[in-house]
Write a protein that binds this ligand. Structure first.
Ligand code: MRU
Length: 343
């Protein structure tokens, strides 16, 4: 795969975040040296995609603490870490990877008996790096698990961006496509532009283009027509949270596609790492859906497309019922909704 910019990295006590709001036009990085900068980067979608925000938050929990650790007691540090965990967790509510990564970091912090603040910070940086490395392995495993799906259904449609930019590398929904492409399968991907923030147009079309995969950009409301023309074999999308009964939250507009797939008798797959599976939540209607600012709807790229005071409803995600999901392409294999509880 042609090299794509890395969404998150840890460099010399700094969280380096690719500013995805500027893509595909500009490739610029934010060097976050304090927790507020990481929080803002997550909230404003400089870094976005469920696994990538989990990785950014894991590093964000410890960024800027180095100097304080030299003069701080472990007790003091634990109090600060608990506050920082809650602050970062409040940046976005729907993707479970954010709290999953933060809670994993906190359980490491809680597992040590007074090892000293400096040592504790070192252990936490190590844990964040482990979360990051494990995500790379998960994406590779998803790529393998979904390879046969893409081989059987090489004419695909995807929504939002669940590619390399949304994770450590490779992606979730796009991972099987990258693997199939590397193995010589001829594939074609319709890319929903994904209003309101155009993650499909700006990020997915860019990624697939860089990788040399045939892709065609469409607006979201063209999917039914394209399917009716017989141009799509299957839909693969990512997820922000998959709950115990298999219901899956993903970018707004995902459920439309699942309903269309049922109508046109096409398979509809969710691709995600296990860190996106939340077995503590039973059903999709318990998932908190993020609502974002009205300007995302009344403007495109800063230009007003509606009167400023027009009432707006802007849910960032929807929940696809498990009955509409053919399978889950995960780092634990290709699963059905029933399998989720057994893994
Ligand atoms: O608002 P975003 O851009 O963070 O939404 C992202 C998605 O909905 C992705 O499909 C999901 O997080 C999976 S990313 C591998």
């Amino acid at each position: 795969m042609t090299t794509l910019p890395i969404s998150v990295s840890w460099q010399a006590d700094t969280v380096r975040i690719l500013d995805q709001r500027l893509l595909p036009g500009r490739e610029e990085y934010l060097d976050c040296r304090d927790i507020e900068q990481v929080f803002t980067a997550i909230k404003t979608l400089s870094v976005r995609g469920a696994p990538a925000i989990g990785i950014a938050a894991a590093y964000g929990l410890v960024v800027g603490l180095g100097a304080a650790a030299k003069v701080s007691s472990s007790e003091h540090l634990m109090k600060a870490l608990n506050e920082r965990r809650d602050y970062l967790a409040s940046a976005r509510p729907t993707a479970v990877n954010l709290v999953w990564a933060l809670d994993r970091m906190m359980s490491v912090a809680n597992s040590f008996e007074d090892i000293g603040a400096e040592k504790l910070i070192q252990c936490l940086i190590q844990e964040a790096e482990t979360i990051h490395t494990e995500d790379k392995a998960s994406c590779r495993a998803i790529g393998e698990a979904g390879y046969e799906v893409v081989k059987r259904h090489p004419r695909l449609l995807t929504h939002c961006n669940a590619g390399s930019l949304a994770v450590s590398e490779l992606g979730t929904a796009l991972a099987p496509m990258y693997v199939a492409h590397q193995r010589g399968i001829e594939l074609h991907v319709f890319v929903d532009e994904t209003r309101p923030l155009l993650q499909g147009a700006r990020l997915t079309a860019f990624e697939l283009g860089r990788a040399g995969i045939n892709r065609t950009l469409i607006t979201d409301n063209m999917a039914a027509h394209v399917m009716s023309e017989g141009k799509v074999d299957a839909v693969i999308v990512g997820a922000d949270r998959v709950v115990a009964n298999g219901d899956a939250a993903n970018k707004i507009g995902t459920m439309n596609l699942a309903i269309l797939c049922q109508h046109f008798n096409l398979p509809f797959y969710i691709a995600c790492p296990w860190s996106t599976v939340d077995l503590s939540t039973q059903k999709g209607d318990e998932i908190l859906i993020e609502e974002r600012g009205s300007e995302e709807i009344t403007q495109i790229d800063g230009h007003e497309t509606a009167e400023q005071n027009t009432p707006v409803y802007n849910p960032a995600f929807d929940v696809t019922p498990h009955a509409l999901i053919t399978g889950y392409i995960t780092d634990r294999g290709l699963l059905t909704a029933k399998d989720l509880l057994d893994h």
